[in-house]
Ligand binder design. Structure first.
Ligand SMILES: NC(=O)c1ccc[n+]([C@@H]2O[C@H](COP(=O)([O-])OP(=O)(O)OC[C@H]3O[C@@H](n4cnc5c(N)ncnc54)[C@H](OP(=O)(O)O)[C@@H]3O)[C@@H](O)[C@H]2O)c1
Length: 280
């Protein structure tokens, strides 16, 4: 990461390069490291990854040229930013291992269900970011919601924002309660959308379209519709009405979806995920 980038809008210039350590080099750790490198936010020499898996360590150092270690404490030692990217069940062990960070080190967790209080207690550290990215971060099209402790300095928040924006879009929220909501909506969300895509493709096949043609039609329809909502800024209901001619084909399909409680089912599904996220 360059000094200018590191300094950000608050004008703080750092003399040394920013070093980033990933604790856990699985799917998300790899996705984040890849995005940082692809978008040239960081160079391979700025990144270190620690993982219990030798296979993962070998793959990450071969694919990305980053240094990989088996020792979490060693990886965290000289890092400015330590990204916790292990599964929830491994978090407390990892926190015990890297405990004793210096006050100018920033820890950023993407672990589902781990709140700031848990991180503060486990790490005995107060400069903390809790972030909830999602799976499309793997292609730099992620959506990340994040928050920080009061003790986190503006320059550290800026650093977190730069890193998270490499994954796609990021949005900061001051109130941590929105993180559990984001877990249910945007972090679990790709699964809902993938299911929707799958069901629509099957529907096309059911009425006689070749599967590859159906898939092309569905993907572009979803991409185009999403971009239309984004670009026009119109309410989705207005756009839906524009496609629904009186007595036409679309309203026949919408009738079936309404009969199947499509809308209320989504409300209930996301609410169930939210309740689960709060219990994690
Ligand atoms: N995947 C998503 O879409 C997504 C979205 C938002 C947030 N998250 C969060 O991101 C975190 C990571 O998810 P993931 O999908 O990347 O999981 P993952 O693919 O299982 O990656 C975790 C990696 O950490 C390694 N590991 C396990 N114990 C370790 C330890 N003590 N020290 C160092 N490394 C250790 C694992 O090795 P082994 O496999 O050998 O155990 C694995 O390579 C989770 O907490 C999840 O809640 C994930």
């Amino acid at each position: 990461m360059t000094e200018v980038e590191r300094g950000g809008n608050d004008g703080i210039m750092e003399k040394k390069k920013t070093r980033i350590a990933f604790i856990g080099g699985g799917a998300m750790g790899e996705a984040m490291a890849k995005c940082l490198l692809t978008k040239k936010v960081a160079g391979a020499q700025d990144l270190v990854v620690s993982d219990v898996s030798l296979v993962r360590r070998e793959l990450l150092s071969r694919e990305y040229g980053v240094s990989c270690l088996a020792d979490n404490r060693e990886a965290a030692k000289n890092a400015d930013l330590i990204i916790l990217a292990v599964k929830p069940q491994n978090l407390s062990q990892v926190m015990g291992e890297i405990k004793g960070l210096s006050p100018d080190q920033l820890a950023l967790s993407i672990v589902a269900g781990a709140n700031l209080a848990t991180l503060r207690r486990g790490l005995n550290h107060s400069c903390l970011i809790r972030a909830m990215p999602n799976m499309p971060a793997q292609i730099g099209e992620g959506m990340t919601v994040w928050t920080a402790t009061d003790e986190t300095e503006p320059r550290q928040k800026k650093l977190a924002q730069i890193v998270l924006s490499a994954l796609g879009k990021e949005i900061y929220v001051a109130d941590e309660k929105y993180l559990d909501m984001a877990t249910a909506l945007s972090a679990s969300g790709p699964a809902y959308v993938f299911l929707f895509i799958e069901a629509l493709i099957d529907a096309g096949v059911h009425i006689g379209l070749p599967r590859d043609v159906s898939q092309t039609l569905v993907i572009q329809t979803i991409l185009g519709s999403t971009r239309t909502v984004e670009k026009t800024g119109k309410h989705p209901a207005d756009l839906r009405n524009a496609v629904t001619s009186p007595g036409g084909t679309t309203t026949e399909a919408l009738l079936q979806l309404e009969k199947g409680r499509f809308r209320s089912l989504f409300l209930e599904a996301v609410a169930a995920a939210y309740e689960k996220a709060k219990r994690l």
